[in-house]
Design a protein around this ligand. Sequence first.
Ligand SMILES: Nc1nc2c(ncn2[C@@H]2O[C@H](COP(=O)(O)OP(=O)(O)OP(=O)(O)O)[C@@H](O)[C@H]2O)c(=O)[nH]1
Ligand SMILES: [Mg+2]
Length: 473
Amino acid sequence: MTTAHQERPLAVLVGVQLPGVDDVEHAADLAELGRLVHTLGFEVIATVSQRRSALAAAAVLGEGKLKELAEITGGSGVVPSGAPERKNKARARRAAEGGEDEDDGELLGDEGDEEDDGGAASDGAEQRAARRATVVAVDHDISPSQARNLERATGAQVLDRAGVIIEIFHRHARSREAKLEVEIARLNYVAPRLRETGGGGDRQRGGIGGKGAGESALELDRRKIRDRIAELKQELASIQREQSTRRALRQGQRRVALVGYTNAGKSSLMRALTGSEVLVADKLFATLDTTVRALHPEVRPRVLVSDTVGFIKKLPHDLVASFRSTLDEALEASLLLYVADASDPTFRDQLGVTRSVLSEIGASEVPSRLLLNKVDRLSEDERDALRLEFPEATLLSAKTPADVAALREAIIAYFEASMVEAELLLPYAKQSLIGEIYENARVLSEEYGDDGGRLSVRAHPAALDRLRSLLAR
Ligand SMILES: Nc1nc2c(ncn2[C@@H]2O[C@H](COP(=O)(O)OP(=O)(O)OP(=O)(O)O)[C@@H](O)[C@H]2O)c(=O)[nH]1
Ligand SMILES: [Mg+2]
């Protein structure tokens, strides 16, 4: 556990303001990258930003800015001549030197690990350079050769935005499924960034071994990574089959999913609504697994609430693909609660990202409500302004019990309104289904005759369909 606050290793942010990105958006993007890097356990000491029409092909920044950056990291500030250029990526990577390579399959060394107690003893040299940033985080996706050149010019480790996010996911994954998904994304990310290490190829994680005849260490490493990905995908597929069976069992149940940008307060609402102990943390991507719990105190038929993985701008493609299955959970909900952190000045953009990712996975058809959370941080005037701007939304705070109680009532009322009354015939031979009926419908009356039970119920149409099909079998 973290004891007295130890000094965090230092990082510097790099951002290029591309045409079409205004100052506010650029600043917000960098601030978000700063929070991501902070979540990884670093202290951000500086930001180097430059307006350019495109990222510089060699090392993202122009010459002057590169020097400025190198002053913060203690590097030379120049890309050594003869350093790999972008022309031929394969050749470039092969040309890269071996010695100090960090290709151990981790995107970062241990130093930035937030779970580490930070007590890794530094040697004298490190102490002298104590105020120097050891990590450069670039707010764009950069090519492996750009990363390489930046590393050479700065003497620091370089991570791009995708790398930072993948590393956070890697550390926060808890369930077997999330771990597999992240590992696949991570290997996909690492593979093109592997460099010839002059025999050091066996340092890859996941049992990546020595050289085979006729193959360079690099080719072998890549092939092993592909094999490993295939293996992981198989394991994932079997877990997902089990899960879809479990999901099928829940079909027809009344389900609400909390969706939204990372750190919006989904898990906090989940806790408050269900009395569960899901993780709440002021970290980005605290939650990577979908959790499903019943609304508490329980209602009949019960309502299930799911907490889901948060979204972020420019989510790396590999991760979007990986977390699709987790988000399928949201697709199966009868009601989506979009949670936004109304105290964050950029929440409108965040909401846009949430909507576009959900519509990509086909969830825009699912009925939804907008929850503007964390209003305890806003003044009365600010709340009034939000009410005008979002007349349909519910303003609330996960920390205010009365707000949570009102939300619970609103959820119940929503389902109540969509419930219909119907009559179900329960033959004596099917008596075992009585539990299922009570679970999924509110039984208003029960009458038994020669042919079985005649139950008058109130239930959601989907639940009725499902019960009827069970009864007809
Ligand atoms: N002041 C205030 N803080 C809140 C509120 N809701 C959540 N928080 C805080 O916001 C931070 C993030 O909350 P979480 O519930 O973990 O957010 P999340 O949406 O689950 O985030 P991810 O799992 O990272 O996607 C925590 O520090 C919470 O205590 C609220 O209504 N008011
Ligand atoms: Mg969460």
